[in-house]
Design a protein around this ligand. Structure first.
Ligand code: CA
Length: 250
């Protein structure tokens, strides 16, 4: 979209507290990464979980897990703690560094409490002990996936804006934002690559009945830029289109 064109904003505003008018939700199959060196367990998991709406990748080693997640970022990971070439907890930390809100379910050996502690300390969201019942594991997987699909996270390069959690992450580091800074970032990120007009930002981020100065918008953009730059210099570029609005560069 060129500067000066009307931003494609619908007249129908969502109810207060609803989804951002810019939110993009792209339905697709969920992708699960299984990391398990035991052939029997891995095959059973794959058979139980793969379906029309779920694709499954199976890695047998820590090394394979990292490369699979890089090639096709998963929506959820089932991760065995004891891998032939490394520790599942280390794999968990590596995956979360790239995808901070990725749900990881640890598969641990029975009654080894130390494993459980390590598993949760590494950032895993849940764990199951072996042997586990497939039906129970499937139910937990579906519960975690539902949480993910309810989510309208926006990802632009190294920036992730998690609307439901109201968290902004840049290169894996949380950026502490005030409420208006977050709303502004969310509106700009959801429309990344296109200009968002000043009046749309004023009405959506501040108040639909706004008639006054837009100085507060410029001040908030400045503080937002400063906080993003503090988190990682030059990682997010917000371009000013004088008299028109702002564009977050993809
Ligand atoms: Ca194992």
């Amino acid at each position: 979209m060129r500067a000066g064109q009307t931003h494609g904003k619908s007249d129908a505003r969502p109810p207060a507290g609803g989804a951002s008018p810019y939110a993009r939700v792209v339905p697709r199959a969920a992708h699960i990464l299984i990391v398990e060196d035991d052939e029997g367990i891995g095959a059973n998991l794959q058979r139980a979980l793969a379906s029309g709406s779920i694709t499954v990748a199976w890695a047998r080693t820590a090394r394979e897990a990292r490369s699979s997640a890089r090639d096709e970022p998963p929506d959820l990971v089932l991760l065995d703690l004891g891998l032939p070439d490394g520790d599942g907890a280390d794999v968990c930390r590596a995956l979360l560094a790239a995808q901070p809100s990725l749900p990881v379910i640890m598969l641990t050996a029975r009654n080894e409490e130390i494993d459980v502690v390590i598993g949760l300390d590494s950032g895993a969201v849940d764990y199951v002990t072996k042997p586990f019942r497939l039906a129970e594991l499937s139910a937990r997987v579906r519960a975690h996936l539902r949480r993910v699909s309810d989510d309208s996270r926006i990802v632009v390069g190294e920036l992730t804006v998690d609307g439901p959690a109201r968290r902004a992450m840049l290169a894996g580091v949380e950026v502490e934002l005030r409420a208006k800074e977050f709303d502004l970032l969310e509106a700009l990120a959801a429309a990344a690559g296109t200009v968002v007009r000043r009046e749309d930002l004023m009405s959506d981020v501040w108040d639909e009945h706004w008639f006054g100065s837009t100085k507060t918008l410029d001040v908030t953009v400045s503080s937002l830029r400063r906080k993003l730059d503090d988190a990682k210099p030059n990682a997010v570029l917000i371009t000013t289109l004088r008299g028109v609005g702002y564009r977050l560069e993809p």
